[in-house]
Design a binder for this molecule. Structure first.
Ligand SMILES: NC(=O)c1ccc[n+]([C@@H]2O[C@H](COP(=O)([O-])OP(=O)(O)OC[C@H]3O[C@@H](n4cnc5c(N)ncnc54)[C@H](O)[C@@H]3O)[C@@H](O)[C@H]2O)c1
Length: 325
């Protein structure tokens, strides 16, 4: 029984991977349309120092946006800022420290950002980890669940007032959250969200990405009900050649290399759907959607279940110490 609950998440994750790669074999990455200038607008990109986050930050800045790269490595962050400035981007780019493994750090980041009295038009919840060895965040949460999901859950909630005030009904502020095709095989165990009874890194990653879709939709439902000018969408970037795969076991790393060369998207291609969701005019006012390869797609059936979303939201508020609004 234990063996089965350990092996099944691995098999499910690899099957999803094969399906995505087959899609990428027969379909080109979509190309971004010409996007509007973003002068005077402000974005936060978590994990914007590397991989797809970096490409997102770079693209937004090239359109004149003021981009705050939020990340847990000052060295990587400052290097990313330097590189983007050297490219002659129109927008301002800066780094602010944020460790999503620590709720205290999330709160401090929000305090520091708010002290700047800037508006906030776009929040890209991009940072993530995958298949890391079993471990806990500063607050004792399982790493994938704590960092990928709960860290972003708290961050978004604490920034919501800013987003609400910065949006207009003809120009909504936008929350864009990076999920993944692995969410389709994610299992959410409400009685054991931290995977304490039987830990599987594969299961934990898929669960965190499923939780992010449920959160995205529930947030949109709340925003729509209250009439706030903010939209919330989830994005699936496909399989992209980044450092995210650094924790694969050695044989899987060896097998991945040639496959990645042929079939994985580049970080710039992978970031394109998130950039589209963040600023494309044709998506003005569109929320509560899952986007894949530049198009709206259907997410896992469970993500459309209001009761599951509401229960996860309630438990998440309790875990991060927020009052349910
Ligand atoms: N690469 C893929 O194939 C793929 C597929 C589906 C979804 N995704 C998702 O896309 C997002 C970006 O991943 P990527 O592929 O660019 O990976 P990456 O490893 O290149 O980037 C991850 C980013 O997250 C940041 N990060 C890690 N721990 C952090 C912490 N404690 N606090 C703050 N920031 C932290 C890193 O510094 C880095 O900038 C992730 O959410 C990932 O789950 C990636």
């Amino acid at each position: 029984m234990w063996l089965l609950s350990f092996i099944l998440p691995i098999l499910r994750l690899y099957l999803v991977g094969v399906k995505v790669l087959l899609y990428q074999l027969f379909n080109k990455s979509f190309t971004l349309p010409v996007l509007p200038k973003q002068n005077g607008r402000v974005a936060i990109v978590t994990g914007g120092a590397r991989g797809m986050g970096y490409e997102t930050a770079r693209h937004l800045a090239s359109l004149g946006m003021h981009v705050v790269i939020a990340g847990n490595s000052e060295e990587d962050g400052l290097q990313a800022v330097k590189k983007i400035h050297e490219e002659g981007s129109e927008g301002k780019v800066e780094f602010l420290f944020l460790d999503l493994c620590s709720l205290k750090s999330v709160r401090q980041f929000v305090q520091r950002f708010k002290a700047r009295a800037l508006p906030l038009h776009v929040l890209v919840n991009n940072a993530g980890i995958m298949l890391v060895p079993e471990g806990k965040t500063e607050d004792g949460f399982e790493l994938h669940f704590g960092l990928n999901y709960l860290g972003h859950f708290l961050l978004t909630n604490l920034l919501l007032d800013k987003l609400k005030r910065s949006g207009r009904h003809d120009a909504c502020s936008r929350v864009v959250t990076m999920s993944s095709a692995t969410h389709y095989v994610g299992r959410l165990n409400m009685e054991d969200l931290q995977g304490r009874s039987c830990y599987s890194a594969h299961g934990a990653y898929s669960q965190s990405k499923l939780a992010l879709v449920l959160f995205t939709y529930h947030l949109q439902e709340k925003l729509t009900a209250a009439g706030f000018p903010v939209t919330s969408n989830a994005v699936d970037p496909g399989m992209v050649d980044t450092d995210l795969y650094n924790n694969l076991c050695i044989p899987a790393q060896a097998a991945k290399k040639p496959v990645a060369k042929m079939l994985f998207r580049t970080p710039a291609e992978g970031a394109s759907t998130a950039i589209l969701a963040a600023i494309a005019s044709q998506l003005e006012g569109v929320g509560g959607c899952y986007f894949y390869n530049g198009e709206r797609a259907k997410s896992a059936d469970i993500t459309y279940d209001h009761n599951v979303r509401a229960e996860l939201w309630k438990q998440s508020c309790a875990l991060v110490g927020l009052q349910e609004a």
